[in-house]
Design a protein. Structure first.
Length: 726
């Protein structure tokens, strides 16, 4: 906008006292031209001729002084205000003014600023920062506007200031920087732009309590009426230090296990920390059960569901031994007394014969005969006792049908000979030569077993009331030269020699037990500890078989993602006993959230079905989603999966208002900080400025000035010729 000023006549090239010199020169030149320049005839025509000559010379002198009209106008230039609004996810927290979401303070600022802009003589440009860029409609800002997954505020503020020049910078934010440059670096850049930053800080300084069940670890199969350990791994922060966490396991509405995590295990500060709790569950009803593992503290609650198979089906065990040594004899007796185990035992001493009261009269070494066995125990037998066909059938049964295999070497050392046989491919360790293995059993030293850290973390091989290390000493342990890659050591002795080692081969689990005198634990207590030890190993080895009719499982990787992030949705085979050619090319998986929101995803076959199905999926909205099969495969044969979609973790890890960072920005640029929009707007200075503009309309270089000079000289020439003056 502008306003017209004054208009006057000036000489551009004869300012000040120079004008007087020009006037004096004009007077002298006019006098000289009148008296001495050219002829001076008498009479009126003569005087007119001399007057024209004098005026022409005076006009030329005046032209050299630059006569012009000068116009002076005053223009009002409006100020420019750049308003940057943080739209990161943390701005959705409801701890802003009037306990509203932080980002809604932008609406208050917009209303207050709109009323004062005319008075300030300024214009405002609104833009978003905080992982979101571009113009923003301040009048329509809502909680849903805070969607930024990161807060590189320092880089964004400086970039916006460079791209959109302004007289004043206003920043509305909680000033949490999760990425990029810090705000003191930004302040240096703004100083170079000669730009002052004013800040409107929003947000609280407290953190919300956080409690998440990250994982429940335990067997997916449970024997009816037996204790099954589960381990809960939690992430927590900001918990109430005056009351414990209550951990509850529910089967439907029935509480089947419960424990407390005392406050002395809590930690202070905004960072999440891990908690772990172990429980034992006993279920009294068979079938597919859904266990809900919940953790509660006051109104803070979280839970995770797990499906387990509870079965009264007797565990089918095939035991192969050389002779009835103590370990195998007492183990067979203990298993026969177990109502949930059916054991068929055979001895290879001399020739194969049935050792147990029940079982086929002929050796079950064909694929059809082995199909019903969940676990095969191989004692101290030599490879010569098993034909090549028998070894091949056992290997196939383990790798493809998911059966368990338990090795229990003995004092003959014959197990070492399997390294050169097909069945030896299922050994999880490397054994020494036969003579050295035999000698290791004759080294009569006392030893006790203990669980490794891995077993403790996995809640496997629980000792019960008495720790394994407190039981009577054992005296025999096999020498092991090495543990195979990907094998796991679950138990060891005091010298850290492996005692129980497992490895996964195909669909099956193979375990090697390096001690063969756990029968010593029977002293005065019977089968209690021997049975507890071996029954856990047998059920651990048979875990793949215990899944019943499940032939597939649904998997989401990673398990925890943010909204819009990509995860791999897979339908994976649990075995190989299926017709690849009969599989559909595409299956449909349903994603179901707690609030009944659903999403269907088509998953495409990979590797011709040999590797199952896979699809890359964009994560839906926040929440816990259950993944189930709805079309393509038989739903009852597919184990469901789970997916947790969280808000961006970087934004919610520590969403507290950062006053220190705000002060760095404000102090570094000479700005000011405010807690309310009204106070900020009242303090704003007038940003408009007046600019004076001069314009000149020159006379000396105009056509009519030249015409006047030429006209005077032409008139003088005409009169002279007309009157025949010399």
């Amino acid at each position: 906008m502008g306003a017209e000023g004054q208009r006057d006549f000036i000489f551009q090239y004869a300012a000040g006292w120079h004008l007087y010199l020009a006037l004096l020169a004009c007077a002298l030149l006019a006098w000289w031209a009148w008296r001495h320049y050219g002829p001076a005839p008498a009479g009126a025509p003569g005087r007119l001729v001399r007057g024209c000559r004098a005026l022409a010379l005076v006009a030329i002198i005046f032209a050299l002084c630059g006569p012009a009209w000068r116009s002076v106008s005053n223009h009002i230039i409006p100020g420019r205000i750049l308003v940057l609004v943080d739209a990161s996810a943390s701005m959705a927290r409801a701890d802003g003014p009037q306990d509203q979401p932080r980002i809604l303070a932008a609406r208050d600022l917009y209303q207050a600023l709109a009323e004062r802009l005319p008075e300030l003589g300024a214009q405002a440009e609104w833009r978003a920062i905080g992982g979101v860029s571009g113009p923003i409609e301040a009048a329509s800002i809502s909680e849903a506007s805070a969607v930024g997954s990161r807060s590189p505020l320092g880089d964004e503020i400086l970039g916006a200031a460079r791209a959109h020049p302004a007289d004043l910078l206003l920043v509305l934010s909680d000033f949490r920087v999760t990425d990029g440059s810090s705000l003191d670096v930004t302040a240096d850049g703004l100083r170079r732009l000669d730009l002052s930053a004013w800040a409107l800080g929003v947000g609280g300084t407290s953190i919300d309590p956080e409690l998440v069940v990250e994982e429940v670890e335990g067997s997916p199969t449970i024997a009816l009426g037996e204790r099954q350990p589960f381990t809960l791994r939690l992430s927590a922060r900001g918990l109430d230090a005056t009351q414990p966490l209550r951990v509850v396991v529910r089967d439907g509405e029935e509480v089947v296990a419960e424990s407390l995590i005392e406050p002395d295990r809590f930690q202070e500060g905004p960072e999440s920390y891990a908690l772990e709790e172990r429980l034992e569950v006993v279920l009294g009803e068979e079938g597919t059960r859904e266990l809900r593992f919940s953790v509660e503290q006051g109104e803070l609650r979280t839970q995770l569901s797990r499906q387990v198979e509870v079965s009264t089906r007797r565990l089918q065990v095939l035991m192969l031994a050389h002779r009835p040594r103590y370990e195998m004899r007492f183990l067979q007796v203990a298993l026969r007394r177990d109502h949930s185990v059916d054991v068929h035992a055979y001895l290879a001493d001399g020739r194969w014969r049935r050792w147990s009261p029940s079982g086929p009269s002929e050796l079950p070494f064909t694929m059809s005969a082995l199909r019903d066995y969940d676990v095969i125990i191989i004692g101290d037998i030599a490879p010569s006792a098993l034909t090549a066909q028998a070894q091949s059938a056992i290997v196939t049964h383990v790798r493809e049908n998911g059966a368990g295999l338990v090795w229990i070497p003995g004092e003959t050392g014959s197990t070492a000979l399997f390294h050169h046989e097909e069945l030896g491919s299922l050994l999880p360790v490397t054994l020494p030569p036969v003579a050295e293995l035999r000698a290791s059993y004759l080294d009569d030293t006392t030893l006790s077993l203990r669980r490794t850290a891995l077993a403790r973390e996995s809640a496997l091989f629980e000792p019960g009331d008495t720790d394994w290390s407190q039981l009577p000493y054992l005296r025999r342990i096999a020498r092991i030269d090495g543990v195979r890659d990907l094998a796991r050591v679950w138990m060891e002795d005091e010298a850290e020699r492996p005692a129980v080692v497992s490895a996964q081969f195909g669909n099956g689990t193979v375990v090697l037990i390096a001690v063969d005198d756990t029968w010593r634990w029977r002293r005065n207590v019977g089968d209690a500890y021997l049975h507890r030890f071996h029954s856990q190993i047998l059920r651990f080895a048979s875990r793949a078989r215990a899944s019943g009719a499940r032939r597939w499982r649904i998997d989401a990787s990673p398990y925890r993602v943010g909204p819009g992030e990509t995860f791999a949705l897979s339908v994976l085979p649990l075995g190989s006993d299926y017709d690849v050619e009969a599989l559909p090319g595409v299956v449909t998986v349903e994603l179901l959230r707690e609030d009944e929101q659903r999403q269907l995803v088509e998953v495409t076959q990979v590797d011709g079905g040999l590797s199952g199905y896979r699809a890359s999926v964009s994560a839906p909205g926040p929440g816990t989603w259950r993944l189930t099969m709805v079309d393509g495969l038989i739903p009852a044969e597919v184990a469901p999966g789970g997916l947790v979609v969280q808000r961006p973790s970087l934004e919610l890890r520590d969403p507290r208002f950062d006053a220190v960072a705000m002060d760095q920005l404000v102090a570094g640029t000479g700005g000011r900080a405010f807690a309310s929009a009204e106070d900020l707007v009242r303090a704003l200075p007038v940003l408009s400025r007046e600019r004076q503009r001069e314009s000149f309309t020159s006379l000396w270089d105009s056509w009519w000035w030249l015409a006047a000079v030429v006209g005077l000289l032409s008139l003088e020439w005409f009169i002279r010729r007309w009157y025949r003056f010399p």
